[in-house]
Design a protein around this ligand. Structure first.
Ligand code: GCO
Length: 255
């Protein structure tokens, strides 16, 4: 029986994968057999991430481009074309956070979060889908959402608007690309321990709130996403489209 979770022969690009959730998901996809293209803006962090794979005798490609710049995204995919690399698994993970009350928030700061957390997923997804459709081969797009794809928390409005948009952009990708055997789905991580949430987790009040509000009574770890990203990237989820799977310890399931 075909291994429903074997990614051998597939190539995955994970945006924002020089650390945090992106790096953890890259390691999971690599362990399942996928060839990996790491992405990051910081060359030193990207080299360190690639070295982690090399220490396990896994060679990865690296790519550095601004996911919010259309010209840069196009150049990056042209360079992949030149290297003969076709991305058939895309993880739209690159993101940022900006915490500030809306009444104080500038349009520039709002726009930067929307561009990074939402528009980038469109720009990069479009490049991947164009090539897969032209080649007549299927593929996988996995967008990284959030608890805020479903509910809001005060002071993170642009992030919430972007992640809510990610949930329905995922549906739009399914609507247009499923007939080309491209499955587009999303993962909604809960409160995960990463650089983005370190300040929150080190605040005893916020830490206590997360643990009380989460049925699993703990913060998530980047490796908690491994099985879900492998599942959504694998042949076994070939009839799953437009869905978001929350990996949140049950937080969204309870009041
Ligand atoms: C915050 C956090 C959250 C988490 C995550 C939860 O300020 O509330 O940054 O947004 O990062 O998105 O799913």
């Amino acid at each position: 029986m075909m291994n429903l979770f074997d990614l051998t022969g597939r190539t995955a690009l994970i945006t924002g994968s020089s650390g945090g959730l992106g790096l953890a998901m890259s390691q999971a996809l690599s362990d399942a057999g996928a060839a990996i293209v790491l992405h990051g803006r910081n060359q030193d962090k990207l080299r360190e991430a690639a070295a982690q794979f090399a220490s396990r005798d896994v060679e990865v490609e690296t790519l550095s481009f601004d996911v919010t710049c259309e010209a840069d995204v196009h150049r990056a995919f042209e360079s992949l074309d030149e290297r003969g690399i076709t991305i058939d698994i895309l993880i739209n993970n690159a993101g940022m956070q900006h915490r500030q009350p809306m009444v104080e928030l500038s349009l520039a700061d709002w726009q930067k979060v929307i561009d990074t957390n939402l528009s980038a997923a469109f720009l990069v997804g479009q490049q991947v889908a164009r090539r897969l459709i032209e080649k007549g081969q299927g593929g996988k797009i996995i967008n990284v959402g959030s608890l805020t794809s479903q509910v809001a928390r005060a002071t993170v409005a642009p992030y919430t608007a972007a992640k809510g948009g990610i949930r329905l952009l995922t549906c739009s990708m399914a609507a247009e690309w499923a007939e080309h055997n491209i499955q587009a789905n999303a993962i909604g991580p809960g409160y995960m321990l990463t650089d983005m949430t370190r300040a929150l987790s080190e605040d005893p009040t916020f830490d206590g709130w997360v643990k009380a509000r989460t049925p699993s009574r703990r913060w998530g770890l980047p490796e908690d996403l491994a099985s879900t990203v492998i599942y959504l990237a694998a042949p076994g989820s070939g009839y799953v489209n437009g869905q978001i799977i929350y990996v949140d310890g049950g937080m969204l399931a309870v009041l």
